[in-house]
Ligand binder design. Structure first.
Ligand SMILES: Nc1ncnc2c1ncn2[C@@H]1O[C@H](COP(=O)(O)OP(=O)(O)OP(=O)(O)O)[C@@H](O)[C@H]1O
Ligand SMILES: [Mg+2]
Length: 381
């Protein structure tokens, strides 16, 4: 089959670190990336072949991006799906479909889609104007989640026992039962237009009780093989229930009783797939492009155990970012550092990550945790 060259012109909705890390894979496959982002200093702006400065909810900017490219995809789901649906109806290729992204944007509708497909989630109810009575009626322990606009834990409030009125978010929400999980797991799933599917190994978010931090991830997860297979099957079912075509990050809970529950799905590359760049035959970023271009999906075989350490700005971060420990990290065997090119630090902003490869998952995790206090973003002001 003869192909045009470049292989494809790809419009990217959002120019953050996920778009930035897709660029090397795009270059290898002969694709050109055209980023749309409101911030001219966003991580992918200076590296993409084309950059347009504009809002992801501006119909004119969205139309211009979609019309200028062969296929349009996402690195963030906070986009105007109505205009994208219209552009799709006009014959433009947008993957995942705006309908899938619209379902995911609303945590209530997303959960209802799983329930309609008989897929397990924590019990939940809708709460249009949540108040103490609504939360008490549902019963603690519970988690309140804003239906729209939450990310990185913003828009999520956990009420373990006492329900304090001032902690309730005054926005349309989902109330869900607090899950007593033994593991928080994630699976990256790819599904192409021709119907090919691929699942990556299941990974585990590691909560460090001593540091009270959830900043490391381990691949593969320390769970039995039967749980791995069930988690991959459930992740694939979740993507099918959403009519998902593209790349998806599926977050799951493993309860202390051994049951798997879906938490949420992201319609794009995902923090929990960063380790694939160093540890798998095909990175999540290349897989994303293969899926939306309907090319054969790549092998998801893991070559070595891996751990990932998120480099997050401190709680008081503000102003110019500073980094310490880079030399130590680079001198650590099996360590790869990724810096996202964000000049300005803000509280808890994701600034970079490090992947640690080793002989065993335990050794990789120990190496990642050992770097935590060394490789750090501080603040100069
Ligand atoms: N039902 C639940 N029971 C217990 N813990 C929960 C529950 N729902 C969410 N959490 C905790 O809160 C975290 C954030 O929730 P969730 O993933 O729904 O929100 P988010 O803002 O989309 O997060 P992120 O962008 O970090 O993935 C989860 O990773 C998990 O640790
Ligand atoms: Mg989440």
């Amino acid at each position: 089959m003869q192909r045009p060259f470049p292989t494809a012109k790809i419009g990217f909705l959002g120019g953050g670190q996920l778009a930035r890390m897709t660029l090397p894979a795009a270059a290898r496959l002969g694709c050109e990336i055209h980023v749309l982002d409101p911030d001219p200093k966003c991580p992918a702006a200076a590296l993409a072949q084309r950059f347009s400065c504009g809002s992801l909810t501006d119909p004119t900017a969205l139309r211009a991006l979609v019309e200028a490219n062969d296929v349009t995809t996402y690195e963030i789901e906070a986009v105007d799906t109505e205009i994208l649906k219209q552009l799709e109806a006009e014959g433009h290729k947008i993957l995942p479909s705006p309908k899938t992204v619209a379902t995911i944007q609303d945590k209530l509708i997303q959960k209802q889609a799983f329930a309609a497909a008989n897929l397990p989630t924590a019990p939940f109810v809708a709460a249009d104007s949540p108040d103490v009575d609504a939360l008490l009626a549902f019963g603690a322990p519970l988690v309140q989640k804003a239906r729209r606009g939450g990310y990185d834990g913003k828009g999520v409030v956990v009420f373990t026992d006492i329900i304090r009125e001032d902690r309730i978010l005054p926005v349309p929400s989902v109330l869900e039962a607090h899950v007593d999980f033994s593991h928080e797991l994630a699976v990256m799933v790819a599904r192409s237009p021709r119907g090919e599917t691929a699942c990556y190994p299941v990974v585990e978010m590691v909560f460090d009780a001593e540091a009270n931090l959830l900043d490391t991830l381990l691949a593969p997860a320390r769970v039995p093989e039967a749980v791995v297979r069930a988690a991959q099957a459930l992740a694939l079912d979740a993507v099918r229930a959403l009519d998902g075509v593209g790349l998806f990050g599926v977050e799951l809970f493993l309860t202390r009783e051994g049951d798997l529950l879906l938490n949420e799905v992201a319609p794009r590359s995902h923090n929990s797939g960063h380790w694939t760049t160093e540890a798998c035959l095909t990175s999540q970023f290349e897989q994303h492009l293969r899926a939306i271009l309907d090319l054969p999906l790549g092998s998801t075989t893991q070559l070595r155990p891996a751990a990932m350490l998120n480099l997050v700005a401190g709680p008081k971060a503000q102003g110019a970012a500073t980094l310490s420990g880079l030399e130590t990290a680079l001198a650590t065997p099996g360590c790869t550092v990724h810096l996202y090119g964000k000049a300005e630090a803000r509280p808890f902003r994701k600034m970079g990550h490090a992947t640690l490869l080793s002989e065993s998952p335990e050794a990789a995790l120990a190496a990642a945790q050992g770097l935590r206090d060394v490789l750090r973003f501080g603040e100069s002001s």
